[in-house]
Ligand binder design. Sequence first.
Ligand code: SF4
Length: 734
Amino acid sequence: MNATIDQLLHARQGDMTRELTQQPGDLGNLPSRLTPTSTTQSICGYCSTGCSLKIHLDASGQAINLTPNKDYPVNLGMACPKGWEALTPLAAADRVTTPLLRNPATGKLEPVDWPTALRAFVDNFKGIQSRHGPASLSFLSTGQIVTEEMAFLGALAKFGMGMIHVDSNTRQCMATAHVAYKQSFGFDAPPFTYADFEESDTLVFVGANPCIAHPIMWQRVKRNRHNPRIIVVDPRRSETAMQATIHLAPYPKSDIILLYGLARELIVRNKIDRSFVAEHTNRFEDFSKFVDAFTPERVTRETGISAEAQQQLADLIASGKRVSYWWTMGVNQSHQSTRTAQALINLALMTGQIGRPGTGANSITGQCNAMGSRLFGNATSLLGGYDFANAAHRSRVAEVLGIDPAVIPNEKSIAYDQILDAVDRGEIRGLWIIATNTAHSWINQRSFHEVRKKLDFLVVQDMYATTETAQMADLVLPAAAWGEKEGVFINSERRLGVARKVSRAPGTALSDFAIFQLIAQAWGCGEMFARWSSPAAAFGLMRELSRGQPCDFTGIRDYDHIEASGGLQWPFTKTDARVNTNPTTERRLFADGRFFTSDTRAIFLFDEPVPLPEPTDTTYPLLLLTGRASSAQWHTGTRTNKSAVLLKLASRAHGLEINPVDATRLGIVSGSKVTVSSRRGEATAVAFVTTIVAPGQIYMAMHSPEVNRLTFPSFDPHSRQPGYKACAVKIAPV
Ligand code: SF4
């Protein structure tokens, strides 16, 4: 990386020369100005399903339309509304097209050129480090950028700029699954493949609403030809619960008690796979003694689930030949999330329901590249799933990257909440936020607004300058969006897929990768990152880092190899590539019962249930539950709000659900405006009176900009994931 910043800028801004896969487009009778001349494919940049989209291009290589890819093993020709509208946010009027720097005289963000922006970045951040030490800088990033960019950012910040503590918004969605698998299996290794949705005879969804949150995965369930029994555990009668064989609605966050009770019942019935437990697991006897206390009476008392319903649940599980357990944010975002996820893992292990078609303890991921972040974010784990505290691991990473091992920190990062606490204490003074909207999404939102005042310099790198977080920035760096750059996403089932460049970024916006290159150069550590010359080169480094790890994908040649194979699931070693020249499209882990722990055995992990951190009382008598409300909205709506179609489809996504019992008592009717208050703040919403929520509970969507004024900041002790799912509130008609 010997080029000057000017040369780099010139090269990046003129870069629309990548050859696209040329195939005849087929879009029927489009007007001639929209007639595509070629088609390429790309993985959708919203959720972790990882659908493939055919992107239709005009003669200049610019995307004009898209259709779902019917030849891709994930989505089989389907897409949800967000996927169909994936191109719309690129053309939004409020794209940021040039760097913006806050003018101290006017207090306003004003356009500047890139050299000025880079100078401001370096001068301010180096100034902070010289006054307060290297650890006084931090970044918060995302699960939405490609893996090459995540890895580059983590390497640049920690090895080049000297940061120690960094994190990403995957802490808010997937940290629990990461830690649960790592502790139980020895590596963060979701064992399943999407074919398992179609192969199970019994599917158990806990804290998951795939009808809304993962609609294409739900379509895979609908393709199941085994007449499956579907069990939904959710305090709310969600869209998925409405289609279930049985729906169990335990008191919020008492699911762990129900699952321990189920384990006890299966032991009592002797429905245990004794040989699997003996050969492939540790600590089952301890677990067995522990769950003995979870009698049906206790479970009823503490969850509200009747003894009959518990028996029915156990009957279904015990009689299933292929039982699969699926969880997502209802489990991950709770105060005791890791042990709850492990309660599901324990059930799969004790019954031997893992490693075979239609089985597994399966975490459904959230963001399109949360799995990439888990492997290469360089926050909790060192690049490629290595351990910061292990000197041999640091040497191995340093060797691959061609850097001095001494620049690699020997401790992992503290978590998102702890980084913000460190800002609050004045220890972290400079913060760089990349492609996430902390000011909207952080739990107990107002605490972030207070904390921001303690920062000396805030940089936000995003495709819009209009997000709540960008509006607070001292410097905004304009980033290219999905579709305007290239790289790899890893989906929920460990499948690598390629996101392609199909559109030009507006103005002087640059790919995050190019921005990191410029910053490396401006910071004075460009030489250290000479090997990171392009996303494809970075992919080569990541592939080498994976060698010998459980995620080994050294058998993947390049992006074209991934695309031609319909995506490739890790592991895909050189041996796999040699013996398996036409790899099967569906591959699962642990068929041999060997896990990634040192003795190859999985571990039963468990703890006493902990009560809700903020129970209801006479002042705040209702429990607020939060979650998704529409398949047409994504997180804080930064992109999906740009689409009139999606906004129309998600018209109820900012409403509040309340049970008729509570609504009548409070004089609330559907369509009326209400105020919701917690100890932390107040929000307004339009009420929807419905039995979907139980009496004593209300439900608001995560997409609402106000909802996190209310949420209570509790954190799982193992994963530090925030417990968004339940807090005490009161409500009144406006
Ligand atoms: S948002 Fe998710 S389900 Fe929808 S098209 Fe994209 S990847 Fe598929």
